[in-house]
Write a protein of this length. Sequence first.
Length: 245
Amino acid sequence: MTAPWRASVLTLYPEAFPGPLGVGVVGKGRAAGKWLLETVDIRAFSRDKHRSVDDTPAGGGPGMVMRPDVLGAAVDAVPRQGRRRVLLSPRGRRFDQDLARAWVAEPGVILVCGRFEGVDERVLEARGIEEVSLFDAVLAGGEVAAMAVIEACARLLPGVLGEAESLAHESFEDGLLEHPHYTRPQVWDGRPIPEVLTSGHHANIAAWRRAKAEEITRARRPDLWTDYLERTGGAARRTTEGTDR
């Protein structure tokens, strides 16, 4: 029997978890044993009576830096079991859907939540810790980012999301942002549901959704649109531009 996907989180605030990971389909999946969450208190590996985990930066400057002896001991205490070690850091590779799919195909992940000005570089080098960023903004710590990437991965696990087909129609799954959604009532605030969606013509509905996904991606995420055009050999541009006339 295959072991459940496991996320281990090293943090100064283990009480922050599971947080959002304990609710909804992801929380139900965890309760059903489809994936496991473990938190490790970094402060437990401090060796002084004040349980200090940080010190002033070498060379001077503002803020504090997480000590390598404390963080290194915490990392060493977590069995690797074939999992990658990751520090949530604004200077890391951008986390995306492709990375979520890659992580889900592995036994799990070990996430280190930084705090203060940063962590001692020697820990990253000595323990083979890669850096991943949630977005181009700075948070007070890595806990929120860790929750986000765990949720992105856990919902991809078999049996966590109720309808597997839903995954195939989400943003980023085919390189595009998702098409608009509508539901009852038929008319709300003077705005009707687009007629094509109530036509019962499945081919027309699929074509409309694809065209809208391309239109939204082109307008809101030029970077994704450029990548999409490269993969489709420009066919998407011809199709979308044709609908503009």
